[in-house]
Ligand binder design. Structure first.
Ligand code: PLP
Length: 447
């Protein structure tokens, strides 16, 4: 039976109707780029994303039942919007007086930092329990979270990024048990893990006990760039669901993309038919590729089943060099830095893609090992809140002159968008070295 896809049905009917479009957008459905006929605005019958009670509400309800949540909201502005929304919900429903504090693993994405600046939240960082070799990682255990909650009884929430960019998964089950014991909600940045719902058993954070999580549907599911979910668990306080739309609209555009909503709706249709099986097959094929690549002497990292992270230093390459070599083999990776290269397969990769990848690893010659330069985030003192530092008078100076100065605006490279130093923290020699490694040669400091 054809699944119900209310947004798409509306868009297709409208495109076929021949109606004269005296409304936005300006292209009037005339095909210049290709998708204009389906690109509409919030006209009668098309519902309103932030006051949904028609086709958008129906589609969100379908996705919510697929993910078995109390409520799932569509975001057309990525997990970046869903993350800020989670923080605003906690500000509204969970704050415990004074400036809101959130306990967070140090490898948080820029969207979290931006949300904290906008909402005047101060993170209490949990640093990695063991070396990660990359800024992307932060090994956080349930014990680390328990210790942080004991020292910060006024914390309003715990925030964990899992999976991280390299495919490491945190112990969400263990961490959520600790959060529940302390009566504090657990928020998970699951931007990379929408597909985890469809494994057997599910590894999706909501199934493992998170109260809310964001999924960048566009990262691992067949959804246009920008399409994301905000999931609220059935065990979360009901007021989270009640406030969610209002809080999302605080940060979002009033012109949500119907192409993206239509794509999220279409994906829900696929998830009710063959896509979960294809995801499981792709995970198997990815595991097989990882084994083949390891059999050629390469080191891999991460437990995430639909991601392949190669650590090339022991074979004599920096990550960026390996990514360049891959391009000569007709392969573009998702991410590379000095110590890792990340490949993100999906069911829409062909068998030829996998064979090409395995063949490339077979052919690349071995060279003498080179050391990994990064162990884990160096700790530094914070002397101002993120918000105070961000809005303080500031100046741009060369990174090498920053020793002892207060960081005004978090310094990060465009990918993976994890701040190497955040606003309010003091520059140390270790941090300056890491920034230079990331080719960040100027920084913003408080005057
Ligand atoms: C861990 C993590 N969280 C959040 C985001 C933001 O997601 P989006 O691009 O969907 O806004 C990203 C983007 O790469 C990410 O890697």
């Amino acid at each position: 039976m054809k699944p119900h896809t209310p947004i798409n049905d509306f868009l297709q009917n409208y495109a076929r109707s021949g109606i004269s479009r005296f409304h936005m957008p300006g292209h009037k459905g005339v095909s210049l780029h290709g998708l204009e006929p389906l690109d509409i605005t919030e006209i009668k019958g098309a519902d309103y994303l932030y006051e949904a009670d028609g086709i958008i509400a129906q589609s969100e309800a379908i996705t919510s039942s697929i993910f078995e949540t109390a409520r799932t909201l569509y975001s057309t502005e990525g997990s970046s919007l869903s993350i800020k929304t989670m923080l605003a919900i906690v500000m509204r429903c969970g704050r415990k007086g004074g400036r809101t504090k959130i306990i967070a693993a140090r490898n948080a994405h820029k969207a979290f930092i931006n949300g904290c600046i906008l909402l005047d939240i101060q993170p209490v960082w949990i640093y990695s329990a063991s070396p990660t070799g990359s800024v992307c990682g932060c090994h956080v255990t349930a014990e680390n979270v328990k210790a942080a909650l004991e020292s910060n009884p006024d914390a309003a929430a715990v925030y964990i990024t899992s999976p991280d960019y390299l495919g490491n998964l945190a112990d969400i089950g263990g961490i959520s048990a600790v959060c529940k014991a302390f009566g504090v909600p657990l928020l998970v940045d699951n931007a990379h893990g929408a597909y985890l719902k469809f494994l057997s058993p599910s590894l999706h954070p909501i199934d493992l006990g998170a109260d809310m999580c964001c999924d960048s549907a566009h990262k691992t599911l067949p959804v246009y760039t920008g399409g994301s979910y905000l999931h609220i668990s059935k065990s979360a306080p009901t007021e989270f669901s009640q406030w969610a739309k209002a809080e999302m609209s605080l940060f979002s555009s009033t012109s949500p993309s119907y192409l993206i909503m239509g794509s999220l709706d279409k994906c829900a249709g696929e998830l009710q038919t063959g896509l979960p099986d294809s995801i499981r097959s792709c995970c198997q094929r990815t595991r097989q590729a990882a084994e083949t690549i390891r059999s050629y002497g390469w080191e891999t990292a991460g437990e995430e089943p639909m991601k392949l992270t190669v650590i090339p230093n022991s074979r004599g390459y920096r990550g960026e060099q390996l990514a360049d070599i891959m391009r000569t083999h007709g392969i573009e990776c998702e991410y590379s830095d000095y110590s890792s290269v990340v490949f993100m397969p999906s069911p829409y990769n062909s068998e030829e893609d996998f064979i090409r990848l395995e063949k490339a690893f077979k052919e690349i010659p071995k060279k003498p090992p080179i050391p990994t330069e990064f162990e884990m985030f160096p700790r530094t003192n914070s002397v101002m809140s993120l918000r105070e530092a961000y809005f303080a008078p500031c100046e741009e100076i060369p990174t090498e002159q920053a020793l002892g100065r207060i960081c005004a605006r978090s310094a990060l490279s465009c990918q993976p968008s994890i701040p190497l130093i955040t606003g309010g923290e003091i520059f140390t020699p270790d941090i300056i070295k890491i920034l230079k490694n990331y080719s960040i040669f100027t920084v913003s400091v408080v005057k």
